[in-house]
Ligand binder design. Structure first.
Ligand code: RIB
Length: 291
């Protein structure tokens, strides 16, 4: 099974701070670094590090070539990515002393996709392939519709959540990847099991993975609900934890043919390792480390 991530790539500018800056406040950081990120690129890296065959289609400026090279070094095929006129997406990330973060995005090339470009990317894929989407690129409705027409499975992480998500053809989604906040935004419910109950009512054909931070993760698949407690590591930086989780989960279940229970465990362990390290894409472990 092949994976296509048609998604975002960002240059992450990360500031290590004692606390997330408050309105009107100016603070000094303890350190600052520049690294590769973007939810789409992170998920592609996670899938590849987990051992899956993955294609990443991103749109960036000349200043983003190094991110594509980094993805290639992990085994991601980036030949369908586009270097355009607009500069590469960027993120300003604050990570506080407990490892929690706060992110401001600049979309750059991520929101410059044209329909003909997306169609060209999709023309290389069909039945049996999985498309992995997040909410950091434009044309999501169009991409979901065309991917469905081609018989692809759709995995969607509605992050960052915004009002436009309500207008997407979410009934086409085969796998939702949600944290509790996204789950609440989609369903109006704020905790397990009510989020899953409402997801079942709204999108009865879909499977759902719900990550609940320290409280572990749930999966709802083919009428059954599964639970995995957190695989605990010291928290240094939570950036990209959800991206690591979804990449590992999808690779485990579709590429390695593992059960939902096993896939939840590998994904929890991979994201546990990721949060014990600095950065987003760099922090995602290889499968040899997770095993
Ligand atoms: O999920 C983490 C990612 O969100 C960061 O890498 C940042 O670029 C934003 O897209």
């Amino acid at each position: 099974m092949r994976f296509l991530v048609l998604g975002s790539m960002n240059i992450d500018n990360t500031f290590s701070v004692n606390h997330i800056v408050r309105e009107g406040e100016t603070i000094s950081s303890n350190g600052c670094s520049r690294s590769a990120g973007g939810k789409g690129a992170n998920q592609a890296a996670s899938l590849a590090k987990a051992g899956a065959e993955v294609f990443f289609a991103g749109k960036c400026g000349d200043d983003g070539r190094w991110i594509l090279s980094l993805l290639e070094s992990y085994g991601v095929d980036t030949s369908l990515s586009i270097i355009g006129e607009e500069s590469t997406g960027a993120a300003m990330i604050q990570v506080d002393s407990s490892g929690q973060n706060s992110i401001v995005l600049y979309a750059g090339g991520n929101r410059q996709w044209r329909e003909d470009e997306a169609l060209f990317v999709l023309s290389h894929f069909g039945k049996g392939d999985v498309i992995v989407l997040q909410n950091e690129v434009n044309l999501l409705s169009f991409i979901m519709e065309k991917a469905k027409e081609r018989g692809m499975l759709i995995a969607f992480n509605p992050s960052p959540f915004d009002d436009e998500i309500a207008d997407l053809p979410l009934s086409y989604v085969d796998w939702f990847f949600l944290n509790e906040i996204e789950g609440e935004c989609l369903t109006g419910e704020n905790r397990f099991p009510l989020i899953l109950d409402e997801m079942r009512r709204l999108y009865s054909a879909a499977s759902v993975v719900l990550t609940c931070g320290k409280s572990g993760a749930y999966a709802m698949h083919e009428g059954n609900v599964y639970y995995q407690e957190i695989v605990d590591y010291p928290v240094v930086d939570t950036t990209g934890a959800g991206d690591t989780f979804s990449g590992y989960f999808l690779s485990s279940i579709y590429n390695n043919g593992k059960s939902v229970e096993d896939s939840l465990f590998y994904a929890s362990k991979a994201s546990g390792i990721a949060v014990s390290r600095n950065g987003a894409m760099d922090a995602i472990p290889f499968s040899s480390e997770v095993m």
